[in-house]
Design a protein around this ligand. Structure first.
Ligand code: ATP
Ligand code: MG
Length: 211
């Protein structure tokens, strides 16, 4: 048992996020997964993102009714730029065994994250392949100094010197991104079945990505 931490901008949350969380929660037997929207995502600075209230509104309505999927306002309350290491440490203090869930696209830049060297001592990592990414690339593209710290347990698991693990599980690959949804909305194209119905309505009613 343990809990999952799923960080992101969630601008907006979509079926790719939700299905991934559901599958990971089930296959890892996690007690719950916390969706933690970044207050200020460090890697999206300078880009225009929806207000935090809107991202939260969509997230809450998306996970409503699934007792395993929870919302966390940790990074919002902390304010400022949201660093995963701070979030991981807080959850670790509270829950002990934590699993940080991240897509391979984000993971490939992990060596640019704040206090990168400490991340793997405080959480297990679950790295999800996204469509268009090669399976081996997870291992190939690990930063050198991280590679030196891990041994391979099996084809989809690495053991870190800290005793924590890095998993590369098979999940249903859904070619859905928030970028694509924002673009479609802007161009008055349908986003039905890419996001939950309630999120679709939320976006439409507020004209969220119209401009
Ligand atoms: P954007 O296009 O704006 O970057 P996004 O769809 O990548 O949006 P984020 O909020 O950036 O969504 O992603 C949060 C986390 O979810 C990241 O770790 C990302 O890799 C992962 N993720 C996003 N979409 C998927 C998907 N379809 N399948 C698996 N993981 C995903
Ligand atoms: Mg992204």
């Amino acid at each position: 048992m343990g809990i999952g931490i799923f960080g992101g901008t969630f601008d907006p949350v979509h079926i790719g996020h939700l299905r991934a969380a559901e599958e990971i929660r089930e296959s890892f037997g996690l007690e719950k997964i916390f969706f933690v929207p970044a207050y200020i995502p460090p890697h999206k600075r300078g880009k225009r993102i929806a207000d935090i209230d809107e991202r939260v509104g969509m997230l809450k309505t998306a996970i409503r009714g699934n007792a395993y999927l929870r919302f966390s306002d940790l990074e919002i309350k902390r304010g400022g730029v949201s660093y995963s290491i701070d979030t991981i440490e807080t959850f670790e203090k509270r829950y002990g065994e934590v699993y940080f869930i991240v897509g391979l696209d984000a993971f490939l830049e992990v060596d640019t994250w704040h206090r990168y060297g400490e991340l793997f001592s405080h959480a297990n990592f679950i790295v999800m392949l996204r469509p268009g990414e090669r399976e081996e690339s997870g291992l190939d593209a690990l930063p050198r100094d991280l590679l030196d710290m891990v041994t391979r347990i099996d084809e989809s698991t690495l053991l870190h010197a800290s005793g924590r693990k890095i998993y590369f599980p098979r999940i249903t690959q859904l070619d859905i991104s928030s970028t694509r949804i924002r673009e479609a909305s802007k161009n008055q194209k349908s986003i039905k079945y890419l996001v939950p119905d309630r999120v679709e309505r939320f976006i439409q009613q507020r004209g969220l990505y119209n401009t």
